[in-house]
Design a binder for this molecule. Structure first.
Ligand code: FAD
Ligand code: NAP
Length: 450
C-alpha cells in the first residue's frame, strides 16, 4: 500500500512508524511537509530553553531511515499539489497538519501593533520561516500574556530570560538580538478562571522560581477561596502549592517581575496616541458551576485598566483550511470521526482519508500523546485498507516528476540532514545547540551549494 502523510510533526511521524513497522502489510510512506525542515512544533514550537524535549527527534530519525519511507520537504498541500492529485497517486492519505492558526479573543483592538498572537511570537523566536520578519517591538516595559496554558508560560519565560540564558539555546539569531535589547521588565499572565482551573503544569510553573533575573509574584488575594493541600500529586494540587510558595515568598531584588493574575478577561485592547497597544481593559470574573459540574468564568461588570504596552494572546490554536479537505468550522479541525475524515455536514466517511494529531483533536496533548493516538488511527487504516493495494497507481516517482514540472525543489531527508549539520556547526560558534536557518530560499540555496 502507498500512503501519503501530510505534515512531519510528532503525529505524522508516529503514524509513519506505526504503518512501517507492521508485519501484516507492506506500506510505502511519502511524508510531505510545507517546510524544507521536518518535525513541526518540535522545531518551531517547543521552547528553545527546553532542549531536552527536542531529543525526541532521534526517534523520528529512525523512522526516516526505514527503506520504505521518503521525506518530501518543501511541498505544500494546497499550494504545490492538490488533494485530487494525492488521491490519484496514493491508496490512502493521512493529514497531520497540526493547528497553525491562532484562536482570536474577539475583542475590540485585536490586531493593532504590539498585539501579537502566540503563533507569531513563538514562530519568531523559534525561527519559523513564516514569522522571521515579524515586527516584535520590545521597547515597552510591561506585557500582558493572555491565557493560562503552557504556551502562555513559554511566551512569558522567553520574554523574561536574560541574554546569557538565551545565548546557549537555539533561539533564532534575529530574536536573540531583539531580546538582548528588550526593555520588558514586567509580564502579567492572565487567567480568565481561577488558579484551580489553570491548564499549565507544575514543572513549567515552578521554572519561573529558578530563573536568573525574575521574581514570580502572586498576590495572596489571588488565592483567596482556594483550598491549598499540603500534599497530593494532581496537577491542580501541585500548581496550587507552587502558586502559594510564590504568594508567600519575599520579593527579591531581581530586575524582572512575573505576575500571575486570575479571574480576569480582556474586554478591549486600548491604543495609545501612536496607535499601538497602551493598555488592556480587564473585566473581573467570578466562577460559575454549570449543571454538568464544569466551572466557567462569568463577568462581574467590574473593569480595570492594566497599563501594558504589548498584549500576547496565547489562548489556543486552530487547524488551517486546505482546499479539498473537509473542515469542521465549530471545532476548527479537519472534520473526522475517530480519525476517519468525514463530510462535515452529512458526517459520511470520505474513503481512504485520515487525520492524526492536533488537526484531529484540536490543540491538546503533549508530544508523547500522539504515539498511541496515531497508532489508533493506523489501526483503522489497516482495517479499511484490505485489498486496496490491488488498485494500480502511477509509478512512485511520478509525483516527484509532477512537482519538478512545477519547479518545486523537493527536500529529501538526506538534504535535511545536510542542513541540520550546517545549523549545528553555526550554533557551535555561539556555544548553542544550533543556529537555525530561518529563510526557505536560504535553505534551498545552501542545499544547492553543499
Ligand atoms: C509553543 C508550543 C510549545 C510546546 N511545547 C511542548 C513541550 O515542551 N513538550 C510537549 O510534549 N509538547 C509541547 N507542545 C505540544 C506539541 O508540540 C504538540 O502536541 C505536537 O507538536 C502536535 O503535533 P502535530 O504533528 O499534530 O502538529 P505539528 O507539530 O504542528 O506538525 C504539523 C506539520 O504539518 C506541516 N504542514 C502544515 N500544513 C501543511 C500543508 N498544507 N502541507 C504540508 N505540510 C503542512 C507543518 O509544517 C508541520 O511540520 C508545544 C506546543 C506549542 C504550540
Ligand atoms: N512545556 C510543555 O510541556 C508545553 C509547552 C507548550 C504547550 N504545551 C501543550 O500544548 C497544548 C496547547 O497549549 P496551550 O497553552 O495553547 O493551550 P491550553 O493548555 O488549552 O491553554 C489555553 C488557555 O487559554 C485560555 N483561554 C481560551 N480562550 C480564552 C479567552 N477567550 N480568553 C481568555 N483565556 C482564554 C484557556 O482558559 P480556559 O481553561 O478557561 O478555557 C486556557 O487557560 C497543551 O496540551 C499544552 O500542555 C506543552
Amino acid at each position: 500500500m502507498r500512503v501519503a502523510i501530510i505534515g512531519s510533526g510528532p503525529a505524522g511521524f508516529y503514524a509513519a512508524e506505526a504503518l512501517l513497522r507492521r508485519t501484516d502489510a507492506v506500506v510505502h510512506v511519502d511524508m510531505f511537509d510545507r517546510l524544507p525542515t521536518p518535525y513541526g512544533l518540535v522545531r518551531g514550537g517547543v521552547a528553545p530553553d527546553h532542549q531536552s524535549i527536542k531529543a525526541v527527534t532521534r526517534v523520528y530519525e529512525k523512522t526516516a531511515a526505514r527503506p520504505t519511507f521518503r521525506f518530501m520537504g518543501n511541498v505544500c498541500l494546497g499550494r504545490d499539489v492538490t488533494v485530487e492529485e494525492l488521491r490519484r497517486h496514493y491508496h490512502q492519505i493521512v493529514y497531520a497538519i497540526g493547528n497553525e492558526d491562532d484562536r482570536r479573543l474577539g475583542i475590540p483592538g485585536e490586531g493593532m501593533p504590539r498585539c501579537t498572537p502566540a503563533t507569531v511570537f513563538i514562530g519568531w523566536y523559534n525561527g519559523h520561516p513564516d514569522y522571521r520578519d515579524a515586527k516584535i517591538d520590545l521597547s515597552v516595559s510591561r506585557v500582558a500574556v493572555v491565557g493560562n496554558g503552557n504556551v502562555a508560560i513559554d511566551a512569558a519565560r522567553i520574554l523574561l530570560r536574560t541574554p546569557a540564558e538565551l545565548e546557549k539555546t537555539d533561539v533564532a539569531a534575529h530574536a536573540l538580538e531583539v531580546l538582548r535589547h528588550s526593555q520588558v521588565r514586567e509580564v502579567f499572565i492572565l487567567g480568565r478562571r481561577g488558579p484551580e482551573q489553570a491548564a499549565f503544569t507544575p514543572v513549567e510553573l515552578k521554572e519561573f522560581g529558578d530563573m536568573e533575573d525574575v521574581d514570580p509574584i502572586v498576590a495572596p488575594e489571588e488565592l483567596a477561596g482556594c483550598v491549598i493541600p499540603e500534599e497530593g500529586s494532581s496537577q491542580q494540587e501541585k500548581n496550587l502549592r507552587v502558586l502559594q510558595s510564590y504568594a508567600t515568598r519575599q520579593t527579591g531584588a531581581k530586575a524582572k517581575k512575573l505576575y500571575l493574575r486570575f479571574l480576569v478577561s480582556p474586554t478591549e485592547i486600548i491604543a495609545g496616541a501612536d496607535g499601538k497597544v497602551a493598555g488592556l481593559a480587564l473585566e473581573k470574573n467570578r466562577l460559575e458551576v454549570r449543571q454538568d459540574g464544569s466551572v466557567s468564568a462569568r463577568g462581574t461588570g467590574k473593569i480595570e485598566i492594566l497599563d501594558v504596552g504589548m498584549v500576547l494572546p496565547a489562548i489556543g490554536f486552530a487547524a488551517k483550511r486546505i482546499a479539498g479537505v473537509p473542515y469542521d468550522e465549530k471545532a476548527k479541525i479537519i472534520a473526522n470521526e475517530d480519525g476517519r475524515v468525514v463530510d462535515p455536514a452529512s458526517r459520511a466517511v470520505i474513503a481512504n482519508e485520515y487525520v492524526v494529531g492536533w488537526a484531529r483533536t484540536g490543540p491538546q496533548g503533549l508530544i508523547g500523546s500522539h504515539k498511541g493516538a496515531s497508532a489508533h488511527v493506523v489501526e483503522h487504516m489497516i482495517a479499511d485498507g484490505a485489498g486496496l493495494e490491488a488498485r494500480e497507481l502511477p509509478d512512485r516517482e511520478d509525483i516527484d516528476a509532477l512537482l519538478r514540472q512545477r519547479k518545486v525543489q523537493i527536500v529529501s531527508f538526506s538534504d535535511w540532514k545536510r542542513l541540520d549539520d550546517v545549523e549545528v556547526a553555526r550554533g557551535e560558534l555561539r556555544g548553542a545547540p544550533r543556529d537555525k536557518v530561518v529563510d526557505v530560499e536560504a535553505m534551498l540555496a545552501l542545499l544547492a551549494q553543499h
